[in-house]
Design a protein around this ligand. Structure first.
Ligand SMILES: NC(=O)c1ccc[n+]([C@@H]2O[C@H](COP(=O)([O-])OP(=O)(O)OC[C@H]3O[C@@H](n4cnc5c(N)ncnc54)[C@H](O)[C@@H]3O)[C@@H](O)[C@H]2O)c1
Length: 294
């Protein structure tokens, strides 16, 4: 595997974690977003995360500095230099279609194009390119530096060679890859997201309040985090986008997005990233207060 120049498109919740882990595991990373403010935010977040690891003596200050120095933040990438690309832009099928078309035009022949999409078909994204055998899903989990799993998704035309490279790459990044096939939601979100959506229905129908719903799932099912708190962490807009793909592509009403989830997204309260979701993070982000939402 001859991959050194590792490009990441999108430096939001997921992108900045992928950038950090790739830099920590020795790749020269180019982090791309649409404006300088977002890049500055991502850089500050990565600096803070690395600083925390130094404080906990998980890594040395030299390692943290070296990782940061391996990252270039830019709004004007030269994709012709890339050895590998992971796309982690917003979960919007039309946007991702355009990006895969552009990446195919600008990247060297043979470069693998991976997507961190939560639900959008890898086969569909690949159809925008002339290298469908080199398009694959590389679905990192949130928060990327902490979570071990990478769900690797083979599209209909993904080659075995591409899968092997990505499997090896994920291991080099300290992750454990698991291979799945390309169906809506893959395995992770096919199972996780209907559970979260059902928790929002339970809240909407007044079955219980936010803390009670999360408490039942934490104490009773040994989940480390309740479904509503997890929804805030993932981003309510991302949760809704995933439910919409499951609903449309599996054409089954059991996947209909909860109206309260839709209302929350319309209000702009998207969870941790905006300061408010099912919990309020504005006073103390580590100890958020459950909100009353109807
Ligand atoms: N949030 C999660 O827990 C989670 C988990 C696994 C996978 N995902 C997937 O990861 C992807 C990113 O999700 P996120 O939660 O990080 O979203 P986010 O909204 O936090 O970040 C998306 C970023 O993409 C940037 N962007 C938009 N258009 C762009 C373009 N043309 N070029 C470069 N950057 C662009 C945005 O400015 C933003 O910074 C989505 O496909 C999502 O489904 C999310």
């Amino acid at each position: 595997m001859d991959i050194q120049k590792f490009y990441v498109l999108g430096t939001g919740t997921m992108g900045n974690g992928i950038v950090q882990v790739a830099a920590q595991t020795g790749f020269d990373v180019t982090a791309v977003d649409i404006n300088q403010d977002l890049l500055d935010k991502a850089k500050a977040m990565i600096g803070k995360n690395l600083g925390r690891m130094v404080k906990k003596e998980k890594i040395s200050q030299e390692d943290a500095d070296a990782a940061l120095n391996r990252i270039t933040f830019t709004t004007e990438p030269d994709f012709g230099q890339a050895d590998f690309v992971v796309e982690a832009v917003s979960e919007n099928p039309d946007l991702k279609d355009k990006i895969f078309k552009k990446l195919d035009e600008e990247c060297k022949e043979g470069v693998i194009l991976a997507s961190n999409t939560s639900t959008i078909s890898i086969t569909r994204l690949a159809a925008n390119t002339n290298r469908a055998d080199k398009v694959i899903g590389m679905h990192f989990m949130n928060p990327v530096p902490m979570m071990k799993l990478v769900e690797v998704i083979n599209g209909l035309k993904t080659s075995d060679e591409t899968y092997k490279v990505v499997d090896e790459l994920a291991k080099k990044m300290g992750k454990i890859p698991i291979l799945v096939n390309d169906y809506p939601g893959f395995v992770s979100n096919r199972i996780l997201m209907p559970m979260i959506n059902e928790a929002v229905y339970a809240l909407m129908e007044g079955v219980a309040e936010v803390e009670a719903i999360d408490g039942v799932m934490k104490l009773g099912m040994a989940h480390p985090m309740g479904p509503l708190r997890l929804a805030d962490l993932i981003g309510l807009d991302v949760c809704l986008a995933i439910m919409e793909v499951l609903f449309t592509d599996l054409a089954d009403t059991k996947y209909r997005p909860c109206p309260l989830l839709k209302k929350m997204v319309a209000s702009g309260d998207l969870g941790n990233k905006t300061g408010k979701g099912f919990y309020d993070y504005t006073e103390d982000p580590k100890n958020p207060v459950a909100r009353t939402v109807r």
